[in-house]
Design a protein around this ligand. Structure first.
Ligand SMILES: NC(=O)c1ccc[n+]([C@@H]2O[C@H](COP(=O)([O-])OP(=O)(O)OC[C@H]3O[C@@H](n4cnc5c(N)ncnc54)[C@H](O)[C@@H]3O)[C@@H](O)[C@H]2O)c1
Length: 301
């Protein structure tokens, strides 16, 4: 018995890295999988891996940020695998550059693949579930680069913070329909991170036993979020890496100052705004485990 027996899921960008691990895990838990990819050879190899072990999978080729692609991938799940239960929005790209040097093309490409790449398949899946009065699961892929920040990634971080907000809002809009929407902030050794972090994400030795940065470590939590067992969890953002699952606190108010029923002057704020920081005790360094980790991984000049 698998956690996802009889279910069907879509994974975008499933040809390599995290998406590949997620597609294989969902299939191992019993789901039929639509492998969404822009790279045909990579996508087909994952379909072949799943079918070789007796699972069912189909490839849907194209750019997930195109509206027709979103509609087409949902239609493919229903027509070729019989239904749709879960959508994992995973596909993504990097175009790292400090903002001063970033071209409009680098900005637009990242925003499009991530934000429209979440909007297009989610819009089609949500409408499919709402039209058929069915529950559904959406897993979005945000990043610590968005929720904590990362040097050289203003385009990517803005998109990823937007995805965290997207998940919370689409969850609010659809919870009464039994549709859950959550986001993960993964971290793993993939083609995407090899360039930036290199040896810091090296595989663990055989003696160490556990390869902390292996991308497949993220997949079991994604399978859980795609299952009936997570029907009570929605609008949440999780950090997932190695053996760790974290629950993020959303942007929230830490402290406030008030004038007492009157408008502030700018000069008064110069005097008083420090109280916001003094009362919180916010330390200048990173605040939690993931942020500390990011600090150590991103010590760059
Ligand atoms: N690897 C990490 O540590 C890490 C950290 C935070 C977030 N993420 C996010 O996880 C997701 C997967 O990243 P990864 O590290 O596995 O990257 P990857 O480059 O190894 O794999 C991404 C896959 O997505 C596909 N893809 C790219 N654009 C596409 C598009 N428009 N339509 C369809 N497919 C497309 C690529 O062909 C590729 O196979 C991304 O959203 C990434 O931003 C990764």
């Amino acid at each position: 018995m698998g956690l996802l027996d009889g279910k069907v899921a879509i994974v975008t960008g499933a040809g390599r890295g995290l998406g590949r691990g997620e597609a294989l895990e969902l299939a191992a838990e019993g789901a039929g999988v639509v492998v969404g990819e822009v790279d045909e050879a990579a996508g087909q190899s994952v379909v072949d891996e799943i079918t070789a072990t007796g699972g069912s999978a189909v490839l849907y080729l194209g750019d997930c940020s195109e509206i027709e692609h979103g509609q087409g991938i949902v239609r493919t799940a229903v027509e070729q695998l019989g239904r749709l239960d879960a959508l994992v929005n995973n596909a993504g790209i990097l175009r790292d550059r400090t903002l001063a040097k970033m071209t409009p093309e680098e900005w637009d490409a990242v925003i499009k693949v991530h934000l429209r790449g979440h909007y297009a398949p989610t819009h089609a899946a949500i409408n499919h579930w709402r039209d058929n009065d069915q529950p559904g699961r959406v897993v979005c892929t945000a990043s610590t680069s968005g929720v904590l920040g990362n040097f050289g990634q203003s385009n990517y971080g803005a998109a990823k913070a937007g995805i965290a907000a997207f998940a919370q809002i689409v969850a609010q809009e659809n919870w009464k329909k039994g549709i859950t929407v959550n986001a993960i902030c993964p971290a793993a050794r993939t083609r995407m991170t090899e360039g930036a972090y290199g040896e810091k994400l090296a595989g663990g030795s055989a003696e160490e036993g556990f390869d902390f940065w292996h991308p497949d470590n993220v997949a079991p939590f994604v399978a859980f979020l795609c299952s009936d067992a997570s029907s009570h969890i929605s609008g949440k953002v999780f950090g997932v890496q190695g053996d760790t699952v974290e629950l993020y606190r959303p942007f929230t108010s830490e402290a406030f100052i008030q004038k007492g029923g009157a408008k502030w002057t700018a000069e008064e704020l110069v005097e008083r705004v420090g109280e916001l920081f003094e009362s919180t005790g916010i330390a200048p360094e990173a605040q939690n485990g993931m942020a500390r980790l990011r600090f150590s991984m991103t010590q760059r000049s």
